[in-house]
Write a protein that binds this ligand. Structure first.
Ligand SMILES: Nc1nc2c(ncn2[C@@H]2O[C@H](COP(=O)(O)OP(=O)(O)OP(=O)(O)O)[C@@H](O)[C@H]2O)c(=O)[nH]1
Ligand SMILES: [Zn+2]
Length: 205
């Protein structure tokens, strides 16, 4: 484990509370009609302050933290696809979860990235208050910036609890967002190869 992994692991362990959040959570409990002093809720503000440290740790990590030194020189220029990366995010409008799968592909141009780092990049941008479109473009832009490849494609499919638990209350709807760069944008065959590789994994197909 590198020094960075140890440090990141520490954040992911949810050991620390976000400063100020436990007091606000106690107020929140009162606002929804609860008694923050009742036995089952006494530690809840502290649990929430730790859980939100994890759920939003993307604000406290940089792209460099997420990828470390895992950029390697390589001759290859075939499409690389990392499929079915699960993500969990919080919508910025209602602060309710949205979650699903991300697929990331690129065509190298001299540089490749350690495969696990695509999942770390997805986590970096998911663990914030977000809209799905922005997570998708931020992941694509990050891969573009790190590798300067011949093309990048990101496809995300998410279920938004703000559309299921409340609001329009649609239980089966999902949202697909995409960001295409380079050859994935300019060459329909490249885009088609990517889409057919990930399509079978989309919900309900
Ligand atoms: N584009 C986009 N919209 C989102 C995302 N997550 C939630 N939303 C939408 O954000 C919108 C906020 O709309 P508003 O009318 O301001 O809020 P609201 O009255 O709570 O809307 P309803 O959810 O329709 O009850 C809703 O249409 C949500 O479905 C997302 O990731 N991307
Ligand atoms: Zn929402």
């Amino acid at each position: 484990m590198t020094e960075f992994d140890t440090e990141r692991h520490h954040i992911v362990q949810e050991k620390q509370e976000l400063p100020g959040l436990s007091d606000l959570t106690a107020q929140w409990l009162s606002a929804v009609g609860e008694d923050p002093q009742r036995e089952g809720l006494q530690r809840t503000p502290h649990r929430v302050a730790k859980a939100w440290n994890f759920l939003t740790d993307g604000y406290r990590l940089t792209l460099e933290d997420a990828v470390g030194d895992a950029i390697f020189a390589s001759e290859g220029s075939e499409m690389v696809i990392v499929k079915d990366i699960e993500f969990y995010s919080m919508c910025e409008h209602h602060m309710l979860p949205f979650f699903g799968r991300a697929h990331v592909a690129y065509i190298p141009d001299g540089k490749i990235l350690g495969l696990s780092k695509f999942a770390r990049i997805v986590d970096l941008y998911s663990r914030r208050l977000q809209v799905q479109e922005r997570v998708t473009t931020q992941v694509a832009d990050a891969v573009q910036q790190l590798l300067e490849p011949k093309g990048v494609a990101v496809l995300m499919e998410g279920v938004h609890l703000c559309m299921a638990m409340r609001g329009v209350q649609k239980q089966n709807s999902s949202t697909t967002t995409s960001a295409m760069r380079g050859l994935f944008r300019s060459d329909p065959r490249t885009r088609g190869e990517f889409m057919s590789a990930v399509q079978g994994t989309l919900r309900g197909r």
